[in-house]
Design a protein around this ligand. Structure first.
Ligand SMILES: [Zn+2]
Length: 268
């Protein structure tokens, strides 16, 4: 798919973002970048379009730089709240378009050739709070986001494993530590990030060391937990609930984080 941008320049489209009733395409190549409303080509026969014309209901930006750095990025980030970028169909390699499939109610990425719908759903993050002799094992992150901050071992669930298996695997990867997983005690909906974070209690078995994604790994007394340097809000919530439970199983504590606070330094 291509879009015609401004003075008839043909550019590959990087993403399409629904805004109200219209869909806008973001295009960029070398020093040229822009946003334009996408409209079906008049000769489209399949219902999809391989080339689109554009019109400009948006006010002209004050300058190319301002357009690129402020307006485009703002629109791009607004679109990413709900939709990650999909460039090509993973089944056939053709371009995808943003549209509401027949019988659906939401915009989806749809292949312009084979018409497969590429659904995007929240991801599951699994972790645990390993404890031994009243001390909690934490990892200091060696990777973004939040490099240098402390976190309980946690990461994305893989296909083919249970959430408990995923939590144990993440602990082995990040802290080189084996754990006996206990009960699920915390669930955090990170709505704006499209993630659900799940935390188990766990008993630390044997030794530990910094894995590939950790700068260091350490056991903390409850009184010494570095609260100011905890990487994520979901981790902070899990640690708080874990300490409040004091070893009892009080079911699953649930937190919903709908929006990222603009003043918070903690991203998740
Ligand atoms: Zn396809």
């Amino acid at each position: 798919m291509t879009i015609v941008w401004r003075a008839g320049i043909h550019l590959p489209i990087l993403c399409a973002i629904p805004v109200g009733a219209a869909t806008y395409g973001v295009a960029s190549r070398n020093d040229v970048a822009g946003v334009a409303e996408l409209v079906d080509a008049p000769d489209s026969k399949s219902g999809f379009f391989t080339e689109v014309g554009v019109r400009f209901p948006l006010p002209a930006p004050p300058s190319q730089d301002a357009f690129h750095h402020e307006f485009l990025l703002k629109l791009w980030r607004a679109g990413r709240k709900e939709n990650s970028l999909v460039n090509f169909c993973s089944d056939c390699g053709a371009s995808v378009v943003r549209k509401i499939p027949h019988g659906d109610t939401r915009h989806r990425w749809v292949c312009a050739s084979c018409e497969i719908v590429h659904y995007q759903n929240p991801k599951i993050v699994v972790g645990c709070i390993p404890e031994r002799d009243g001390k909690i094992l934490l990892c200091r992150r060696a990777i973004e986001p939040r490099t240098g901050f402390w976190t309980a071992p946690a990461g994305f669930l893989e296909v083919g494993e249970s959430i408990a298996e995923g939590a144990a695997r993440e602990t082995l990867e990040e802290a080189c530590a084996e754990v006996e997983i206990g009960h699920l005690f915390a669930s955090v909906d990170v709505v704006y990030a499209g993630q659900v974070h799940l935390f188990f209690t766990a008993t630390l078995l044997g030794d530990f060391a910094a894995g590939e994604e950790s700068l260091e790994v350490a056991l903390f007394d409850i009184a010494d937990i570095p609260w100011k340097d905890i990487a994520f809000s979901s981790n902070r919530f899990a640690l708080e609930q874990y300490i409040a439970d004091a070893g009892s199983n009080n079911g699953v504590h649930h937190l919903v984080i709908k929006h990222r606070s603009p003043t918070s330094p903690v991203p998740i």
